[in-house]
Design a protein around this ligand. Structure first.
Ligand SMILES: Cc1cc2nc3c(=O)[nH]c(=O)nc-3n(C[C@H](O)[C@H](O)[C@H](O)COP(=O)(O)OP(=O)(O)OC[C@H]3O[C@@H](n4cnc5c(N)ncnc54)[C@H](O)[C@@H]3O)c2cc1C
Length: 340
């Protein structure tokens, strides 16, 4: 199947992303990447055509994610964060906000990021929304926020009682927003910070959607059960770089098998525990494939300019990305099992 946006993603990955991935890992995703990503139609893949998007089906999205993540995980991650705000605007109840932002976001004139990990944590909310005269006041801590000073707006979720208030905010321009840089061992190119919010105003006009926290958590738990196609993208990249070898042939066979089972289970809305177990298997495979690439490259794999060490660090990052308590338990189970 030849899909224009997939072909465009592949061309971009081959010509720009892969050749520069080591530099991006150290220096950050360049602003100059925004026009070619937009030109390839990649900012609109999750939005309806009425808003300038191309609303791609799941198999196409998987292929695009595998291509981008394998070529340059930092650029993939910045790009992928953009799509939760896009999707939330689409399903949201604020028509004016949708009409204002979606055309810009799908066309690449504006880029978005998102902060929602804190909503997964049980107990006291990390970020609270308190009602004011004309909207809400956000207070608390966003543990993780990617695309800081790279994206133009951020979708932020805050808890009010048993509801989540989702607001689209130009965080970097607001008072009461304090960003703390993070020293990361992987994904350093993603401009990821933690952020303290102190009486940050979100007017009713900024609110994309208000929805029950337990319903969001239930949907999120289903989503995190499935392995991200990015894990297969990184694994495939390691295998490709291993070249024509027995190791590559064995890893390819395993990759094809795990990928087929993971996507099959997801498509069939299979049992959550089974999907989580396959997710853990896929991560273990990514770790082994990247370690095999490091071993194949010998000492030079330890050089910062070498792709093997970068891919190994990216495989580690993917272990914790979108990880919840059940996923973590399954990962520990698989990773602590004796080899063979
Ligand atoms: C480089 C980088 C960039 C990131 N960028 C973003 C971003 O832009 N936006 C964003 O939203 N997230 C982002 N993340 C967050 C990422 O997805 C999380 O690392 C992941 O979801 C795991 O959450 P955590 O690290 O906060 O772990 P933890 O707080 O340890 O939580 C892990 C899971 O354990 C469970 N848990 C935690 N505490 C308890 C408890 N007391 N009792 C029972 N269960 C508990 C929760 O279900 C939780 O989901 C980023 C992470 C990294 C490393």
């Amino acid at each position: 199947m030849s899909v224009p946006v997939v072909n465009a993603a592949r061309r971009l990955a081959d010509a720009l992303l892969r050749p520069n991935a080591e530099t991006v890992d150290v220096k950050g995703v360049p602003r100059t990447y925004r026009p070619p990503l937009a030109g390839a139609g990649l900012f609109g893949v999750t939005a309806p055509e009425a808003y300038g998007g191309s609303d791609q089906p799941l198999p196409v999205m998987r292929e695009i994610v595998e291509i981008l993540a394998g070529a340059d995980a930092s650029t993939w991650f910045v790009w992928t964060q953009h799509h939760t705000p896009v999707r939330t605007l689409v399903r949201g109840s604020n028509d004016a906000l949708r009409d204002l932002w979606l055309p810009k976001l799908t066309g690449g004139a504006a880029l978005a990021g998102v902060a929602f990990t804190h909503l997964r944590r049980p107990g006291e909310p990390a970020v609270r929304a308190t009602r004011t005269d004309n909207g809400w006041r956000f207070d608390g801590d966003l543990a993780w926020l990617t695309s800081w000073r790279f994206a133009d707006v951020f979708l932020v979720g805050a808890v009010a009682g048993d509801q989540i208030v989702w607001a689209l905010l130009p965080l970097a321009k607001l008072s009461g927003v304090f960003a703390e840089p993070l020293e990361l061992i992987a994904m350093r190119g993603t401009y990821t910070v933690s952020v303290h919010l102190d009486e940050v105003p979100a007017t009713d006009a900024d609110v994309v959607l208000i929805e029950p926290l337990d319903e969001w958590r239930a949907t999120d738990a289903e989503r995190t059960a499935d392995v991200s196609p990015a894990v297969f993208g990184v694994t495939a990249e390691c295998v490709r770089r291993l070249g024509d070898s027995d190791a590559a042939a064995r890893l390819t066979a395993e990759l094809d098998d795990v990928r087929q089972r993971a996507y099959g289970l997801q498509d069939a809305a299979g049992d959550r525990a089974e999907r989580i177990a396959v997710r853990a298997e896929a991560h273990a495979l990514a770790l082994r494939a990247s370690a095999a690439l490091v071993a194949a490259g010998a000492g030079r794999s330890m050089l910062v300019a070498n792709s093997a060490q970068r891919l190994a660090r990216e495989a580690l990052f993917l272990l914790v990305q979108g990880q919840d308590a059940d996923v973590r338990a399954a990962q520990l189970n698989v990773l602590s099992a004796p080899a063979g």
